[in-house]
Design a protein around this ligand. Sequence first.
Ligand code: SF4
Length: 370
Amino acid sequence: MTDALTLFDDLLPAETPVDSRLLQVRTVYAEPAAAASPRGRQVLARFPGAEVVEVPSHWQIPDLHGNEGNVERWVRVKTETLVLGVKKSVSVRPNGRSADFIAPSTANGCAMACAYCYVPRRKGYANPITVFTNIDQITGSLRRHVARQGVKPEPNECDPVSWVYDLGENSDCSVDALVSDNVADLVATFRELPTAKASFATKYVNRQLLDLDPQGRTRVRFSVMPEADAHLLDVRTSRVSERIAAVDDFVAAGYEVHLNFSPVVLRDGWEADWTALLQQLDDELGDAAKAQAATEIIMLTHNEQLHEVNLGWHPQAEDVLWRPELQQPKRSQNGQLNVRYRNHVKRAGVDRLQQLIREHAPWLRVRYAF
Ligand code: SF4
């Protein structure tokens, strides 16, 4: 074990140490090349008290991963640990629903712990943030991909004009931006790409992002749900009211700001609570935000394995997430057993929510419902 400051004392750049309840980092597991890179040194400088533990690969850290059912342990790991790695594959993947493409991840894992989250599916539940330090390689790959697409030939549900690249498939970019400048570099990259737009969903309000001058080329999708659901399911996130209060400020700072109704959980009283949420949005968002707003509706998908894990630490969440009488199984590509609302239940839920939107927030365009 090596002290970060001993290893890199003369080399660490000047950085303001991170001051967040989510991240009180004591240990950074690092691939040597990642720790020695400029981005890796930046992360270490933001957490000057952390010890650095060399690891051969960010995928193989037995102390960290797993711990199913032991949420105290996960939260401690998520709070006190970071990982630095080099991303091997920096390829762009097609998507077509929320975004046209999925950008290569610049991070993997999350300091928050939502009960329905699918992000830990590959590294286990105590899945702290891994920062990928080869950011120049990733932004270079993105620039070349955007150039190859040319101008978007016709509008689609992702965007009428721009190719949309999702940045945050495996992490929450607002928290990632506390840890390193990867998100700032991505926002700066898309600022100079007039045919493309970055997009990420978030459940955390990081006001440092207001200084990044995105010039309309980055879409932030604030995920919202009724406070009663969030209280039960969104563990460690910013409160929904705080996310809503941030929308106008992010629009004023040059972001396109959309909403994510995600996940929509069907339970007793859901219609009344979504009505109240839509009325709150109608009351609190300014005209500029409403004029550009759109939302996605994503009905809950759950997973048998995650259900078993949640029963071990948060069984109340499973009262609303695991509803076999309303759900049908679907075997996923990786062999896991997912469940989602039965077709007619889902259709009725989506239709009812769209009707509520028309009644209470008629300015809100539904970009897609799934
Ligand atoms: S904020 Fe997003 S990535 Fe993080 S735990 Fe919640 S759903 Fe998962």
